[in-house]
Design a protein around this ligand. Structure first.
Ligand SMILES: Cc1ncc(COP(=O)(O)O)c(C=O)c1O
Length: 390
């Protein structure tokens, strides 16, 4: 039996390769500090777990969900966007419930594009965007995110031919992997560009809750006209440490939302209703847990960046997300430094080139361990002596 061309063309799962290597080292009995992944380390807040427990006792949640999810959850999403971003969203037409945003990101090209159509993706960027490209049989162009532009795209550097043929643009701020954030000016510029060239925009707001130094990340929907041309995808995975629960949503343009709902009518019968009830508890409950989580990540970031500076590593503190994006020392590539750290220091990181060509020269570290362990990782790296000549 053979697989379809589509399946054969799927990109190799970058994270799967990484996890295999690290697991092998752990199986060999080594004390690996694994900073390579993006899996939140803290538990889901208690009130959300309790809401699930209560919901699961109710036999009504054992039935099929309405195909497009519980209206009550969509209303909670709208209240959340109003409260957090002062954005008005219509629960009936402007919200689609997702099995985590990963599902939405992958479905969207299939919903909006035809084989051969062009979409634009960030480089470096979240590798799963490419899975959606392959499954939809579309073409893609990458635009670089460079340090000198604060890891925002330079739209002037994209040719007008490319902009005219592109149908869909993906953005992600706070950004995985660079930790960069966007501002409203940039999103305004994006809406103008999208209207001029008739491009649909998907803003991946996975790290929307995680901004540092007192600055809350802005929503794409906060700018005028955003809803005319795009959607934003938001996940509960990071904000409430619910990565395993698989719950997220898309909000914005009603035609795009309808397209997502339509494809999902054919793929699923929405999420387990008890999970939807727990998501309502998360979005409409007390948000102190989110503030505490962001403070925790910020203090980890500070401890990590201070430790890097002490060993002579010239790093920039991320402004959002739970990732640090660090330059590799002279004489190394992303991959060779990653391999060296695992072999010589038992520290696992993600090589920047796994996120795209423009990720070369960087590694990504997840701030998903307590401060002592993060500092220990940096000290182990310091002991290798590679930064002495910098
Ligand atoms: C940038 C980005 N987008 C989307 C996702 C997917 O999140 P989920 O499918 O858990 O909602 C992730 C997860 O790591 C991510 O880093």
């Amino acid at each position: 039996m053979d697989y379809s061309e589509k399946l054969k063309n799927l990109p190799t799962q970058f994270f799967a390769n990484l996890v295999g290597k690290v697991n092998k080292a752990i199986e060999d009995g080594r004390d690996v500090i694994n900073l390579g992944q993006g899996n939140p380390d803290q538990p889901t807040p208690k009130h959300i777990v309790q809401a699930l427990q209560k919901a699961v006792e109710d036999p009504d949640t054992h039935k099929y969900s309405p195909f497009r999810g519980l209206l009550e959850l969509k209303e909670a999403v709208c209240d959340f966007y109003k409260k957090e971003y002062d954005v008005d969203v219509d629960p009936a037409h402007e919200v689609a419930i997702l099995f985590g945003t990963k599902a939405g990101l992958i479905e969207l090209p299939m919903c909006l594009l035809n084989p051969g159509d062009l979409m634009l993706l960030p480089d470096p960027g979240y590798p799963d965007y490419l899975s959606g490209v392959v499954l939809a049989g579309v073409e893609y162009d990458l635009f670089p995110l460079k340090a000198e532009n604060h890891f925002l795209p330079d739209y002037n550097a994209i040719s007008s031919d490319v902009l005219d043929s592109a149908k869909l643009l993906y953005l992600n701020y706070p950004n995985n992997p660079t930790g960069a954030v966007a501002n409203l000016g940039f999103f305004n510029q994006t809406v103008k560009l999208a209207k001029k060239h008739e491009i649909t925009v998907m803003h991946d707001f996975a790290y929307g809750a995680i901004g540092f130094d007192g600055k809350k990340p802005v929503s794409f929907l906060q700018v005028d006209g955003a809803k005319d041309i795009g959607v934003e995808m938001y996940t509960l995975s990071k904000t409430y440490n619910m990565a395993g629960w698989r719950v997220g949503f898309a909000v914005g343009n009603p035609t795009i939302i309808e397209a997502i709902n339509l494809i999902q009518d054919h793929l699923y019968v929405s999420l387990f209703p008890a999970v939807q009830k727990a998501a309502i508890a998360a979005l409409s409950g007390d948000q102190t847990c989110v503030k505490e989580l962001v403070a925790r990540y910020e203090s980890r970031r500070n401890a990590f960046v201070d430790a890097c500076k002490q060993i002579g590593w010239d790093v920039t503190a991320p402004k959002g997300s739970f990732f640090a994006w660090l330059p590799v020392p002279d004489g190394f590539t992303s991959q060779s430094f990653t391999d060296y750290l695992l072999d010589a220091a038992d520290v696992a990181v993600a090589p920047g080139n796994g996120f795209g060509k423009y990720g070369e020269g960087f590694i990504r570290v997840g701030l998903l361990m307590d401060e002592a362990r993060l500092v220990e990782a940096v000290q182990r790296i310091g002991n290798l002596g590679v930064f002495k000549n910098k």
